[in-house]
Every structure is written in C-alpha cells, then in structure tokens.
Design a protein around this ligand. Structure first.
Ligand code: AMP
Length: 285
C-alpha cells in the first residue's frame, strides 16, 4: 500500500499497535536494490508489519551534491515492495515532511545534531551538515511511524553508529538492527549511486573493495600498524580514482587506534567517474 500522508501512516500503525503487532521500519531513499531488499527480508523475520519509507531527503544533501539528479523510481520501488510483502511504502513529498516555505536551515527548522566526535571524520568531514540532515529525518520517521525495530545497512557504517548514538542519547524506544553489506559477485557494494557509473566505471569502482580486502589480508598476515596498513592503498589506486579517505577505526565508537585489532573497521570513500562511493570492512570477521 502506497501512502504519502503522515496522518494516514499514523492511523494504520495505530491500528496495528492496538492489535499488539510489532512494526518494523526500513528507511530508504528509493531506487531499491538487493541491499535494500536484504533489510526488508530481515525486517520480515523480526516484525509483523513492515513500513518502507522512500524519501530523498533534501536536508542531507549539500548545495553542490546530487539531490536533483538522485534516481527516483517510485513505481518500480512500490512494485518491488509489494512483491516482498511490505505493508506500507511511505513516500511523502518534501512539503509533507517539512512544510511549505520552510527554508531548510537551522534558522527555521528544529534539527537533531549528532555529537561532533562522531561527525568530524569520514563522510561527515566532507559532507558538512549531512548527518544533521540524516538524524533529523530519521527522528521524524521514528516519530511518524513509531516502529519497534528499525533496519539500517552496515554499508553506511558511520550512519548506523550515529543513529544508534541518537537512539541511546535521546531514549528513543526503538531497536536498531544493523544488516551486513550486500555486494555484487565482483565485490562491488550495491548502491543506488552505482547507477551513475558506466560499465568501465563499475570495473574501476572495484578498487574500493580491493583496497579493503588487501588491508584485511595484510592484517591477517600480522601487520597491525594502522599507518602501515593505510599505506598499502597507494599500490592499488590509479589516476582513475580520487581517494577521499581511508581510515581504520574502532568499529563501534569510531575512535582512532594506533594498532588495528579484531574490533577495527576499515572505511573508504573514493570518487570514480566523479561518483562518490563508500565501502567498509570489519577486520575481525
Ligand atoms: P539509501 O537508500 O542509500 O539511503 O539506503 C537505505 C538503507 O539501505 C541504508 O540503511 C543503507 O545502509 C542500506 N543499504 C544501502 N546499500 C546497501 C548494501 N549494499 N547492503 C546493505 N544495506 C545497504
């Protein structure tokens, strides 16, 4: 069932809650792929009723980012959700979410801002304000849907950590479930932004997973010095790749460590054909 209005979602979810049913929320920006479907499948295992939100959230995009050209495929997304047994596809307009004439800035909108320590690094460093936009929309979705469980992908590792922190700090009554990264057979992590890549670009994009796997195999051979592990990327990069960051941090807290260990995560952001791609890998698994 496709719903665009906040009130209509509320009415339906209230009805379910009165029956004692457990509700799961899978927040997405649409252009659904197998990665999203894995979250939906996990939600089906855990919950009685599933809401998938499809909303390209304007306030998490910077002025020079791809908000306008972000793929929007609501009809196909709705069909896919129907075939997966999703109960509600919630696809509000920006006006429904933020009101007409609201300027999307801190001057006119109440924001939820995650702590600086979690966002002054990785994606938060180049995408200033991005996680304020993410936390604000996720908080709104939590308040609208009031799910018992919410499902997020490890693909956006910093995002899940920031959201778990928000849930804990603000005592939000929802359980956040993290799901593993779904990849193509080639190793490329699925992403809606892969649609921007040419066939050649998709081959070049394998550099992200190659670098992460290389770091992991060096770690498995006994190299734990973080600087030494990070140095290994330069033998793999070519002029087709614009590295934004490569970091090895604690997988739960994003703290820096001199020595990698089984609780470390390697994270990378790199542009290929001008498309910003991210990926990550746990070293201890
Ligand atoms: P997005 O539509 O890109 O905002 O993603 C919506 C949710 O799907 C987020 O929680 C993502 O982390 C998750 N997701 C995106 N790509 C993947 C993937 N390849 N594997 C698992 N989860 C993913």
């Amino acid at each position: 069932m496709l719903i665009n209005k906040i009130e209509d979602v509320r009415t339906q979810v209230n009805d379910w809650k009165k029956q004692g049913l457990k509700v799961g929320l899978v927040p997405t920006m649409g252009a659904l792929h197998e990665g999203h479907l894995s979250l939906i499948k996990k939600a089906k295992e855990t919950c009685d009723k599933i809401v998938v939100s499809v909303f390209v959230n304007p306030i998490q995009f910077g002025p020079s980012e791809d908000f306008d050209k972000y793929p929007r495929t609501l009809e196909a997304d709705t069909k896919l959700c129907d075939s997966e047994g999703v109960d509600i596809v919630f696809a509000p307009t920006p006006k429904e979410m933020y009101g007409e004439g609201v300027r999307l800035s801190n001057d006119t909108l109440t924001y939820v801002c995650p702590p600086f320590f979690y966002v002054n690094k990785l994606c938060g460093k180049s995408r200033v304000g991005h996680f304020d936009g993410v936390c604000t929309v996720v908080m709104k979705l939590f308040n609208i849907v009031q799910p018992d469980y919410a499902f997020f992908g490890q693909k956006d590792a910093q995002q899940v950590i920031v959201i778990k922190k928000m849930v804990k700090d603000l005592n939000i009554p929802v359980e956040v479930i993290q799901c593993p990264i779904v990849r193509e057979e080639s190793g490329l992590a699925l992403s809606s932004r892969n649609k921007y890549l040419t066939e050649q670009g998709k081959i070049e994009a394998l550099v992200l997973s190659k670098i992460l796997n290389n770091i992991k195999s060096c770690y498995n051979k006994g190299i734990t010095d973080v600087s030494a592990l990070k140095e290994t990327v330069y033998s793999i990069l070519s002029d087709k790749h614009e590295l934004e960051y490569i970091e090895i941090l604690n997988r739960d807290t994003l703290e820096e460590e001199k020595k990698a260990n089984n609780d470390s995560i390697a994270l990378i952001a790199c542009r290929v054909e001008g498309v910003r791609l991210i990926d990550n890998l746990y070293l201890g698994e």
